[in-house]
Structures are given as C-alpha cells and as structure tokens.
Design a protein around this ligand. Structure first.
Ligand code: GUN
Length: 293
C-alpha cells in the first residue's frame, strides 16, 4: 500500500483564506481589526524564523501584527511588565510569547500572566482546564492543526482508536483531549510506555509528537492507519548540509499507512494558520460576538 499524502500546505492556505474573509467581516461590519502581539526574547534561530512567518501571515490575513523583540538577557520582571501592558492594550486581541525562553525566565510565570482571553496559544491553565472540561476555550494551535488534518481522512472520528506518542502540555495532552472530545478511544504513550510499537499498532490514528527523529518505524503502524507527524527535526546529511525529518520514518510508514502527513508540508504550516484563526476567535469573544470561524 502507498499512503495518501495529507497536504498540510494546501489546507493551511485554505484556512488562512477563511481567516482573511472573517477579518474582512470584522472590519467592514464591526469596525474591528484583530491585533496579534508576538514577543520574542533572545536570538534562537528557529524561533526567529517562526516569528517572522507569523508576522508576515498575520499581515496577509488583514490583521495588525505587533512584534516585540527583547534582548536575551531580559529579566523576568521586565517580560511580565510587557505582558501586563499587552493585556491592558485594547488594540491587542491575542498575545503569544515565543517559547523556549532563556533560563532566567520561568515560562509558567509568563504564561500565567497572559490574560486567558488573549491567550491564543491556549497554554494558560484556565484554557487547559476549559478544554479538559468541554467548555469553549482557546486551544493550542498545533493540536487543532492535527485534528483538522485527521478529519480530511475521517469525516467522523467517533469510535476510532487514537494513540498519541508524547505527553507535552503543548501538543500531546491537548491533542489527546481534542481526540477524546471527538469520541476517539485515546491512549497517551510516552518514553516509559511498555511495548511502544505494540501500542502504536493498535492505532487507527497515530499522532507522533515526541521530538525524536524517525523514531516511529513502519512496522509500528497498523495497515491503513492515518499517521499525523508533528515532529520537525533537523538532522545532518551526508554532504554536510542538514535536512528536516519528522518523528516518523516516512518512507517506511508510507508503505503501510492509509494516509500520512509529510515533513515538511504537513502539520507545520497548520500551526500558524490555526494561530490566526484563534486570534479571530479571541477577537470575536472579546467583542461579544459569536466566533466567525
Ligand atoms: N515554540 C514552538 N512552538 C510554539 C508555539 O506553538 N507557541 C509558542 N508560544 N512558542 C512555540
């Protein structure tokens, strides 16, 4: 079998077009232009690329983008002061503080300080708790992207066996929660799971979010399963350059799976598109409107 390739790039483009339409409606119908503030502390090259792409795509969707670049030596107090200023700024509807943060800063303290109504990353405990209890919440972007891609294969996820490999607060736990909310039978597997290959082989939907290059092998996959690969790992090539690979051994997996996301071009592009959608959603709720998207 050769798996169907799930095209995250095209799906993200279409979502961004829907976001742009919703932004138009907010502007022309309500006189509101959504604003997203992104805070980058330090010079991490991967983070700088993400932030640049966020800025560009936010503007392309017709929203205001506010970038705050702080020195790597910024103190926690100074960062918290900026977050409080953004919380109070009515032009800012969404706040994202790019992770990872330098060692002198406690990420939890920063996330706790973001107004939950502007927490477009969905990392605040209020949003995590709302998601876990089935209340409307701002939900982490990569997990939402995973569900949108899985739904391209399974219009109805109800009753399917889903296995999530990885238990981070950013991807593993929230994606498991979203799958549970869609009536999947969900297993969260991790580095201490006994017989990880055997657990993965139960999955109709396998979500790999461990951050270990090509860890999930072809023979871990149930024939016909849908594989969603969240990993973005840069590994050396023989010619001295580098290449991107996921957490799944793609060539092997594509022989067995029914559908699979590539790396790059799978989950990656969905994250920013979902962030833009969350910014519109947050803007609508802050203005007493039903989310337009
Ligand atoms: N760093 C890598 N991915 C993310 C993300 O989704 N949100 C934030 N804030 N930082 C990140």
């Amino acid at each position: 079998m050769t798996a169907r390739i799930i095209d995250g790039k095209a799906t993200a483009l279409s979502l961004r077009q829907d976001v742009a339409k919703a932004v138009d409606t907010l502007k022309s119908g309500h006189g509101i232009t959504p604003g997203l503030a992104v805070v980058l502390v330090g010079e991490d090259p991967a983070s700088a690329v993400y932030v640049r792409n966020k800025h560009k795509q936010t503007l392309e969707a017709g929203m205001n983008s506010y970038e705050h670049r702080l020195d790597a030596s910024t103190s926690q107090d100074d960062l918290l002061a900026l977050v409080r200023k953004l919380n109070a700024d009515p032009a800012v509807n969404g706040i994202l503080v790019q992770l990872p943060l330098p060692d002198q800063i406690d990420s939890s303290a920063v996330i706790d300080t973001i107004d939950p109504a502007k927490d477009v990353d969905g990392f605040h405990v209020i949003n995590a708790g709302r998601l876990a209890t089935g209340l409307p919440a701002l939900v982490p972007c990569t997990p939402v992207g995973c569900i949108i891609l899985a739904k391209q294969v399974h219009a109805d996820l109800s009753g399917l066996e889903a296995v999530v490999v990885g238990r981070s607060n950013i991807v593993g736990k929230p994606v498991a929660q979203l799958l549970l909310n869609k009536n999947c039978t969900v297993t969260i597997a991790h580095s201490r799971t006994k017989d990880l290959p055997g657990v993965c082989r139960r999955a109709d939907i396998l979500i790999a979010a461990v951050g270990r290059p090509e860890m999930v092998r072809g023979d871990w996959i149930k024939p016909g399963a849908t594989v969603i690969d969240v990993g973005i790992n840069r590994i050396p090539r023989e010619d001295g350059k580098t290449r991107l690979v996921g957490d799944v051994a793609y060539e092997e997996a594509a022989e067995v799976a029914g559908a699979i996301t590539p790396v790059p071009g799978g989950v990656g592009p969905m994250t920013i598109a979902c962030l833009l959608r969350s910014t519109v959603e947050a803007t609508c709720r802050q203005n007493g409107l039903e989310p337009l998207i």
